[in-house]
Design a protein around this ligand. Structure first.
Ligand code: ADP
Ligand code: TRP
Length: 323
């Protein structure tokens, strides 16, 4: 007998790093909307995280507003989910500092993101090195059971788990001060491929934006890289299966084997059917930006109360609470 469980908590953050694409949507964003009806949820805009790559204040400001509208448009409901901005809850950075003091450098040096930066011989700022620690603070502050993210964030959630364990060992005296979180990755959606067949990513220039207008969708789809074998264009199919059942698609792709242009045109129409209503909703929210900002601000106030209470407990545990 299946019974709905409402006792679980989910949390996730998203960087305001530009227009979201369908990889972000199917890999992460959609899950928040699906989960909000069944579970208590926290979703936030990770603006402080984004600082490691975004140093243009105008762009930062615009991106925050833009992602706020994106989330409202996909149906995130602030009545159900605590939806806020990381920088409105200064407790996150405070907790990150405390976690810094129980986290070793060799441990953080094993993080993929750090190793990638090192391999590229980048001048690595401390914020990039410390990125997983702030993320651990974001997560552990609210005690979620699950953290819905794309596969590339799995290691970060594991690091948060290790930091929770370490902190509990050092200061818990048998209590579990921080709950150990689990990453939640939908198997089929873990890596949505881009128009060049690699993982869809803003940094690869291979995306289909989630709120693209018809002409833009067309341009993106027509640019999908296909081989010259004349059979089934794998890169087209891999994206198409997000929008239509595989049973249907297999038949269509067999019938139209080799007809790349026709298959692409069909994909354009399927994506348009899916995106058009989202685009319209976003335009509605765009008409009232102060209203949208008020929602975000109220979410921040709610989150700050919860984070404030957690920090009281943490300060008590580490011994700095003398009054
Ligand atoms: P990008 O690589 O485009 O910069 P982000 O790093 O901003 O994407 O990722 C935001 C969220 O979307 C994360 O949870 C991430 O794991 C997820 N995500 C990003 N790209 C994909 C993809 N191609 N497939 C599935 N999930 C993705
Ligand atoms: N690092 C995540 C990303 O780039 C964003 C993020 C920040 C996050 N804090 C988080 C995700 C906490 C989940 C939980 O996508």
């Amino acid at each position: 007998m299946s019974k709905k469980v409402f006792s679980k908590v989910f949390l996730s953050g998203v960087q305001p790093s530009g227009k979201p694409h369908i990889g972000n949507y199917f890999g992460a964003m959609k899950q928040f909307v699906d989960l909000q009806n069944e579970h208590e949820g926290y979703v936030f805009i990770a603006d402080y995280h984004a600082l490691h790559s975004l140093r243009n204040p105008k762009e930062m400001n615009a991106n925050i507003k833009s992602i706020l509208l994106d989330y409202l448009a996909i149906g995130l409901d602030p009545e159900k989910v605590t939806f806020f901005k990381q920088s409105d809850v200064s407790e996150h950075t405070e907790l990150a500092w405390i976690f810094d003091t129980v986290t070793t450098m060799p441990f953080l040096m094993r993080a993929h993101a750090f190793k990638d930066a090192q391999a590229k011989n980048k001048e690595i700022d401390v914020g990039t090195f410390n990125y997983p620690v702030l993320m651990a603070a974001d997560i552990l502050m609210y005690g979620p059971d699950m953290v819905p993210v794309g596969a590339d964030q799995k290691q970060h959630v594991e690091i948060a788990r290790d930091i929770a364990e370490k902190f509990n060992n050092v200061y818990g005296q048998g209590d579990q001060i921080f709950k150990l979180p689990e990453p939640m990755i939908l198997k089929d959606m873990a890596i949505v491929p881009g128009t060049d067949g690699r993982k869809m990513s803003k940094s690869y220039n291979n995306t289909i934006p989630l709120f693209a207008e018809y002409e833009e969708i067309k341009k993106c789809v027509m640019s999908i890289v296909t081989d010259s074998s004349g059979g089934i264009p794998q890169n087209v199919y891999a994206i198409h299966k997000l929008f239509r059942s595989e049973d249907e698609l297999k038949k269509i792709y067999e019938e139209k084997s080799g007809k790349y242009k026709e298959l692409k045109e069909m994909l354009v129409e399927d994506i348009e059917k899916f995106i058009a209503p989202l685009r319209e909703k976003r335009k509605e929210f765009e008409k009232d930006i102060p209203g949208a900002l008020a929602i975000l601000k109220a979410g921040g106030e709610k989150a700050k109360k919860i984070a404030g209470a957690k920090m009281e407990e943490v300060r008590e545990k580490i011994g700095v609470n003398v009054y």
